[in-house]
Design a protein around this ligand. Structure first.
Ligand SMILES: *Cc1c(COP(=O)(O)O)cnc(C)c1O
Ligand SMILES: [Zn+2]
Length: 422
């Protein structure tokens, strides 16, 4: 194995053969970073070599992932290499000339979480475990259920019984064992953790399993590689090979996605493949803003909140990856912003009508935050901005219908159409 773990709190290093999840000295808060030997990676691969790959999935980055033999262990489902659109019209509306949308709703189970579940399932196959489990607000579970169906492995998923119907349908249809917890995400999380310890199931829980971040970091690889492609950059690659944006806007619940993006960027910076570190902009719902609060207070001590928001995917009382999520923003010189549920909902039709991307509330949250940052003068008009759309709108049709408007009921006659149009 060409990597090891390092506790984010005390810096103790571990061999992945000895420690599976968190730092034994810190319990569940001792999240482990995966540390690579970058010299070895640089000897094996390069931006040019990767960009010549015909594998249009996260596995084009296999040399930067913590797997022994990705070719053998990767589940057969196409994850990643989602589109990065230059959203010219949407950008013009808010005064930005270089706004890009990364549409991660285009993953196989329609959310960003597929990136994490793909790497965790691949690792589970290498470890030879039999059953995988996770707690989820819905998307992480759907992603695990889908990837487990691809790998023909059994999964046990714990979700709040209030999760959107479409997400529960996904869990059931992929054949996982679905536990509808009479409680919130945080209670589902603790129950899943206890069950995994009791029954020996391999646990994918966010902010507990070290490999979710390693899967999620592939989004930064894609952003920097895609920005350097001729179609988007006119051939303006950076000195290192790929091109990093000035800022990335990311919605934050547990803080694992923003931590993953930061990890990917740190990998690329360590390899010298990008020549600037983007500022990471974390966007939270006003009703679920624990990371924002800690960042504002200048501390890493995350205080629990009573999370309430329409954006179910970012509703978290205790962000499980909060410390890293605060560091990601602080150390890149970014900022946290909060947005109201009304602002989140209003962002859904705006994205759809100006850029043709249909997002679930948590995905549109990043764009709602971008608008706020522009209005506050935090962003210059020519900056290269990437807004990460983390989940597809069909995941939560009930929320979309609140802001979609109404169809027109008519008699089945041309006369009726004429009357309506006139
Ligand atoms: C999980 C999720 C998020 C937030 O990710 P965290 O790691 O919890 O911060 C945002 N949007 C969508 C659609 C998600 O599923
Ligand atoms: Zn530790």
């Amino acid at each position: 194995m060409d990597y090891h773990f390092k506790c984010i709190l005390c810096g103790t290093e571990y061999d992945p053969n000895d420690v599976r999840y968190v730092c034994p000295k810190h319990g569940d808060e001792g999240i482990l970073d995966t540390i690579y030997d970058y010299k070895k990676i640089a000897a094996k691969t390069s931006p040019g070599k990767i960009s010549a790959s015909r594998d249009f999935s996260i596995w084009r980055y296999a040399d930067l992932l913590p797997l022994d033999d990705a070719e053998k262990s990767a589940p057969p489902l196409q994850v990643g290499w989602t589109p990065l659109y230059h959203a010219k019209r949407l950008g013009e509306k808010i005064g930005l000339s270089n706004l890009y949308l990364k549409d991660d709703g285009r993953n196989p189970t329609a959310s960003f979480k597929d990136r994490a579940s793909a790497v965790v399932v691949a690792k589970a196959r290498e470890l030879g475990v039999e059953i995988i489990t996770t707690a989820s607000t819905g998307n992480a579970g759907a992603a695990l259920a889908g990837l487990c169906a691809a790998a023909q492995m059994p999964a046990v998923i714990f979700v709040p019984e209030t999760a959107p119907q479409a997400k529960i349908a996904q869990l059931l249809i992929f054949g996982s064992r679905v536990m509808l917890v009479k409680g919130n995400y945080d209670q589902a999380f603790d129950l899943c953790l206890a069950a995994s310890k009791e029954f020996g199931w391999y646990c994918r829980n966010t902010g507990y399993n070290p490999y979710t971040v390693e899967g999620k970091k592939t989004a930064s690889f894609e952003i920097c590689e895609q920005l350097s492609l001729p179609l988007l950059s006119g051939g303006r690659a950076g000195d290192g090979g790929w091109r990093a944006p000035d800022r990335i806007f990311i919605s934050v619940g547990d803080g694992n996605i923003i931590s993953g993006l930061w990890k990917g960027l740190r990998d690329l910076a360590a390899l010298g493949w990008i020549d600037q570190m983007p500022k990471l902009m974390g966007i939270q719902a006003e009703g679920s803003a624990a990371c924002h609060n800690a960042w504002r207070a200048g501390t890493e001590m995350i205080e629990a909140v009573n999370a309430v928001t329409v954006a179910d995917s970012i509703s978290a009382d205790i962000p499980r990856d909060g410390v890293r999520a605060v560091r990601a923003v602080r150390e890149t010189g970014g900022a946290y912003l909060t947005v109201s549920d009304d602002e989140i909902l209003a962002a859904i039709p705006e994205l759809a009508r100006s850029a043709a991307v249909f997002s679930e509330p948590a995905g549109a949250t990043a764009y709602a935050g971008l608008k706020k940052a522009v209005a506050a003068g935090m962003v210059k008009s020519n900056e290269t901005i990437v807004c990460l759309i983390t989940g597809n709108g069909l995941k939560d049709v009930a929320s979309a219908m609140k802001v979609a408007g109404e169809g027109t009921r008519i008699e089945p006659t041309l006369e009726a159409v004429r009357r309506v149009m006139g």
